[in-house]
Design a protein around this ligand. Structure first.
Ligand code: ADP
Ligand code: MG
Length: 318
């Protein structure tokens, strides 16, 4: 790590810090995520290699829409440092900087790239479980899925059960404490993100899990025994009663979206996870079909002057 000069923090949380850093020899600018030992709790090299972010990214290498992990270091004190390609910012920052609404071609481009990355993840057996605008990284018109710290390997027959995803992007089955959710939780999050790109504000900003379900019911209409039978069982187990709403409908909440965009968001936001499309199916939706050229969504930023290929110096190359 002494080869790097730490320039400025890019993100900070309870996990540690993400730094913009410069490689002293090559001049390459990178992003280094340093996880505190309380977070990584590493006691062995095996544990380090099995960290969700290290294991998943070493298996998902070289996809243009997934952030590139260049190197990973484990400190003697149990800390972990992950060296990523440097990206200009996250999608939330780009939405906040964007003064006017994105047009539909721009939204289509971003969504297309997220789905390509997600399709690669899911097909390789990984579920992201924390998709949200802050975890989507952007550079010169390219969007990459980042922060795979909550990612989990999909093992047939072994369901996920931990409570995951940031609340506003959390699928209803997770909100209801399902012990059998799957990669469709990522598809729900894509639907919410897509709506947010149209409105430039979150679609479902609940302050707690109950309010989150309340929001979902008021937008989509409450689920029924017919639309989502498992939902009634989950609600019963959680001793929760859905509020009864017919739902104002997505076109009311996202007035600037075209009919095909509304159709796609509607299918992504199906109460029943089985009715949500896979990433590969979503990519075939008419929202994307007929768009021969996927235009650039985000204007080119100032070119990085220090962007060279980093040779494998120290640590492990993953
Ligand atoms: P956390 O586990 O805290 O959510 P993230 O991986 O999401 O960590 O990183 C936190 C923030 O740091 C991101 O939202 C983004 O703004 C910034 N960041 C992360 N990785 C990069 C990167 N490769 N290039 C530029 N900024 C990054
Ligand atoms: Mg994050």
């Amino acid at each position: 790590m002494e080869n790097y000069c730490f320039l400025k923090p890019l993100g900070e949380g309870s996990f540690g810090v993400v730094w913009k850093a410069l490689h002293k020899v090559t001049g390459e600018i990178v992003a280094i995520k340093q996880l505190k030992n309380e977070v990584s709790r590493l006691t062995s090299w095996e544990e380090f290699l099995q960290m969700a972010e290290v294991e998943s990214l070493s298996q998902l290498k070289n996809h243009p829409n997934i952030v590139n992990l260049k190197q990973a270091f484990m400190g003697f004190d149990g800390t972990a440092s992950l060296v990523f390609e440097f990206m200009e910012g996250n999608l939330l920052q780009f939405m906040q900087l964007h003064k006017k609404r994105f047009n539909e071609a721009e939204i289509r481009n971003v969504c297309h790239q997220i789905l390509l990355g997600l399709d690669h993840m899911h097909k390789n057996g990984w579920c992201h479980r924390d998709l949200k605008p802050e975890n989507l990284l952007v550079k010169q018109g390219v969007v990459k899925i980042g922060d795979l710290g909550s990612a989990k390997k999909i093992q047939p027959g072994i369901p996920f059960k931990d409570y995951v995803t940031t609340r506003w992007y959390r699928a209803p089955e997770v909100l209801l404490g399902s012990h059998f959710y799957d990669s469709k939780v990522d598809m729900w999050a894509v639907g919410v993100i897509l709506a947010e790109m149209f409105n430039l504000r979150p679609l479902l900003p609940g302050q707690n899990a109950e309010q989150q379900l309340f929001w979902i019911c008021s937008v989509l209409g409450s689920p029924t025994m017919k639309s989502w039978p498992e939902g009634q069982i989950l609600a019963g187990q959680a001793e929760y009663q859905f509020p009864q709403f017919s739902g104002s409908g997505l076109s009311f909440f996202i007035p600037s979206a075209s009919e095909s965009a509304i159709q796609l968001i509607t299918s992504l936001l199906s109460w029943d996870p089985a009715k949500r499309p896979t990433a590969a199916e979503a990519l075939k939706h008419p929202f994307f079909v007929g768009s021969h050229r996927i235009p650039r969504a985000i204007p080119r930023a100032i070119p990085e002057r220090h962007n060279h290929i980093l040779p494998n110096i120290g640590g492990i190359l993953v």
